[in-house]
Design a binder for this molecule. Structure first.
Ligand code: COA
Length: 420
């Protein structure tokens, strides 16, 4: 592998819809909403959406979630792109990230100059048990599924292995949830745009209305320790360790770097892209790190010619709180066995040394699985351009990274961006 793009590639537009549960919207409605924000984000240089030459769409399972196959041309039609090529990319929860990589490679190859990359998933039309079942097929249905593994179960196995090896107290995971909810509270697109304190206060208010004894929670940690408020889902992971079930979509506009300034004076450059695979969880010797994440990150760092210490902001795949702990180690921000301290000590907070998941992450912003990898990049776009509103980080973000995991890490894709 050469480890280089054939020509420079840039992002010149980005948009994300509101994340949440929307019984009256299907994937096309969600995608149109993200597309409209993207069109509005392209600086006023006379952008005509018909310049888009192809659509790459990340989506895990529209067939199972909403009984709609062959989604890409439908989305292309709904945003006025037919007869251009439209293609769906599937890599479980990394579908969005690998759709972006495919769009980047298509532009780098010289085939296209302007492509639209999107991600979408509509999950909430199914009951939780059916969503859990659908997601579990991203594991191995021959060896893992019959053993009763669900996604909370997979990541619970990683959390117990990590805690046993490195002496992590499980309460450290609560600090990841607290941080990401605090960030999500500043994001008007987040499914849970609330701090855990605000959720706790709302529950207290409801209990007060009903009359009867009030829970004695003093603070967020007290609330999270209470199995009534934060019940185990798959021990040791509890409700607030899990990302929610979400409907949502995101989109970015990818162009040849030499054309970027036709669209905006402030493009982002794609400095590095990496993707790797691994065996399913049952086949791995080590559950405390994702080999695919380390490999994808190494590829992206090498291509970009940067080190982890240069990264100023990261959106990482916190489908469960333990996943963020593994990510910040696999990406080289913290040594092995130390990542669990990062949220507790403030290092990954918005005002920390390496802010992680300023969008609220999958935990609080929400996790419409096929859209998440693209939505991460939309957050980097906003932060790098100083357009993140109340959650804008204080320092200059000239280098940022997105880390998107599929399944238990059978797929991982990492992108690194600089300013153009
Ligand atoms: N974190 C915090 N609160 C959550 C939550 C989450 N992940 N999911 C739901 N809630 C809250 C709801 O807002 C609701 O609160 P309210 O009573 O104050 O209104 C309450 O919990 C019950 O919501 P409900 O939708 O009935 O929850 P559920 O039990 O059906 O689902 C999970 C909860 C954790 C099982 C579900 O969110 C889940 O499966 N998450 C993991 C998804 C996943 O595996 N994604 C892929 C990762 S690789």
């Amino acid at each position: 592998m050469k480890g280089k793009l054939g020509r420079g590639v840039a992002l010149v537009g980005a948009g994300v819809g509101k994340f949440g549960a929307f019984p009256r919207k299907d994937s096309r409605d969600l995608f149109v909403e993200a597309f409209r924000e993207l069109v509005a984000s392209v600086d006023n240089k006379g952008f005509d959406p018909t310049e888009i030459e192809a659509l790459f769409i990340g989506n895990y399972s529209s067939e199972l979630f909403e009984h709609q196959g062959h989604l890409a041309p439908i989305l292309a039609d709904w945003v006025g792109l037919t007869p251009r090529a439209a293609l769906r990319v599937e890599g479980a929860c990394a579908s969005g990230g690998i759709a972006l990589r495919q769009g980047v490679l298509a532009v780098a190859s010289g085939l296209y100059d302007v492509v639209l990359v999107g991600g979408v998933e509509r999950m909430t039309a199914l009951p939780t048990e059916a969503v859990t079942d659908t997601l579990a097929t991203a594991g191995d249905v021959l060896y893992e599924f019959p053993a009763g593994f669900t996604f909370p179960g997979f990541y619970a196995a990683m959390a117990t292995a990590y805690a046993a090896r490195y002496g992590m107290p499980y309460e450290a995971l609560m600090e990841v949830a607290r941080k990401n909810h605090a960030h999500g509270a500043l994001n008007d697109k987040a499914q849970f745009g609330m701090t855990i304190r605000a959720i706790m206060d709302r529950r207290l208010a409801k209990a007060r209305e009903k009359g009867g004894p009030l829970p004695g929670w003093r603070d967020e940690l007290d609330f999270l320790r209470d199995p009534g408020a934060n019940p185990p889902v798959a021990w040791p992971l509890r409700l607030f360790d899990c990302s929610p079930i979400t409907d949502g979509a995101a989109a970015v506009l990818v162009v040849a770097e030499e054309l970027a300034r036709r669209f905006t004076d402030r493009p982002l450059r794609v400095l590095g892209t990496g993707q790797a695979s691994d065996a399913c969880l049952y086949g791995r010797a080590d559950l405390t790190s994702l080999r695919s994440a380390r490999e994808a990150a190494a590829q992206a760092y090498t291509m970009a010619g940067v080190k982890p210490s240069g990264v100023k902001l990261a959106e990482v795949h916190d489908c469960f709180t333990i996943a963020e702990v593994l990510a910040v180690e696999d990406l080289g921000f913290f040594p092995s066995g130390q990542g669990w301290r990062a949220a507790r000590d403030g290092a990954t907070h918005r005002d920390g040394t390496i802010p992680v998941n300023t969008s609220g992450g999958l935990k609080a912003k929400g996790h419409p699985v096929g859209a998440s990898g693209v939505a991460q990049v939309v957050e980097l776009w906003k932060q790098m351009r100083g357009e993140a509103g109340p959650r804008q980080v204080g320092h200059d973000v000239d280098l940022a990274l997105a880390h998107n995991v599929g399944g238990t890490g059978q797929t991982c894709v990492v992108h690194i961006f600089g300013r153009g």
